[in-house]
Write a new protein. Structure first.
Length: 109
């Protein structure tokens, strides 16, 4: 019985957390997951082709600051002068971009 109660509470806590992040995870799935993977691992066809890093890795997370991540999402990423990630500044609001950075941080293991 006790176990059932705590399970119930855990469900409420988790589902409210998901409710906050639902939009952001939808944005991630629609715009980013094709390269970065649903789980941020970058283990997708495009991700492998473009050498996308594994954002679950704490060492990778340490490479960029939140501000740098925001700028990359806004202005895009170039690798050797070639655009490998297009800018999303025109498509996504600053609020969405900030939320995406937090979302990316949550991949860290
Ligand atoms: C066409 C493939 C592609 C898509 C789609 C894409 N990215 Fe990227 N992204 C890349 C590549 C390539 C890099 C550079 C390699 C790396 O850091 O993993 C990168 C790098 C990044 C970085 C790290 C920047 C830095 O300073 O090191 C962030 C943060 C990022 N992407 C977020 C996003 C978000 C958020 C979206 C969706 C709104 C997105 N990406 C969509 C390919 C993509």
């Amino acid at each position: 019985m006790r176990r059932k109660v705590s399970l119930f509470i855990a469900t409420i806590v988790c589902s409210s957390g998901i409710a906050i992040a639902a939009d952001t995870s939808a944005i991630w799935k629609a715009n980013c997951a094709s390269c970065h993977g649903k789980d941020g691992s970058g283990a997708t066809m495009m991700g492998k082709k473009l050498n996308v890093k594994d954002y679950r890795d704490p060492r990778v997370q340490a490479i960029f600051s939140d501000a740098e991540a925001e700028r990359a999402i806004k202005e895009g990423v170039k690798t050797n002068g070639k655009e490998t990630m297009k800018p999303f500044g025109g498509k996504l609001s600053d609020t969405d971009i900030k939320a995406l950075v937090a979302y990316i941080r949550s991949f860290k293991k």
